[in-house]
Design a protein around this ligand. Structure first.
Ligand code: ZN
Length: 196
């Protein structure tokens, strides 16, 4: 483990690593999390998308879903996901604002059955970021901007997350998940990330 990026004890990255809380994120605590297995290093970033109902943006449905407060009678789709207990560490809204549901040091329930480079149970060692979106709808520029900013800070806090350890849900659960979908421009994101 390198400490080269933590030259001072009060750098933004060291504070994130110590607290597990992102500055500038709105805290919306979800009960859907657990401990990471002892000794598991945080070493992967997983990009997702979500919108509720699918393809509709805005509102507080995602936040209520991750906090087990979504009313199934509100929309037919909600009945199909009623009772699911899931979460992600972070959500980036269409306007680029960031909501945090789970402490980054804890294990959020975002990946499900999954595998990265032969290592299963990605939830154990990853941080999950949801983009408010849909597979085939172009993401908003403020989302790329916010994702690059947040990913850069998280990478500085946990240097085990290298450039090649940022992946999509579809890559760690192929055949089962499709997000963030073809609309997510990885090249554009990596270009933005390099600018940080
Ligand atoms: Zn996903």
């Amino acid at each position: 483990m390198t400490s080269s990026k933590r030259t001072t004890s009060d750098s933004p990255a060291s504070r994130v690593r110590a607290t597990g809380i992102l500055p500038d994120a709105r805290w919306c605590p979800s009960p859907n999390y657990g401990d990471r297995p002892g000794g598991t290093a945080i070493s992967l970033l997983v990009v997702h998308n979500i919108s509720l109902p699918p393809g509709q943006f805005g509102g507080d449905q995602i936040e209520r879903f991750f906090c087990n407060r979504l009313d199934p009678s509100e929309h037919p789709y909600f009945e199909t996901i009623a009772g699911l207990q899931v979460s992600a560490h972070l959500l980036i809204r269409r306007d680029g604002s960031v909501v945090q549901f789970v402490n980054l040091k804890d294990r959020a329930w975002h990946a499900g059955r999954s595998s990265f480079c032969g290592q299963e149970e990605c939830n154990d060692y990853s941080i999950g970021i949801e983009l408010e979106g849909a597979d085939d709808v172009p993401y908003a520029q403020p989302q790329y901007h916010a994702l690059a900013r947040v990913a850069s800070l998280i990478m500085a806090a946990w240097p085990e997350i290298t450039q090649d350890r940022i992946t999509g849900h579809s890559d760690i659960a192929p055949g089962r998940k499709t997000d963030p979908g073809p609309a997510f421009d990885w090249e554009h994101f990596r270009h933005r990330l390099a600018g940080h």
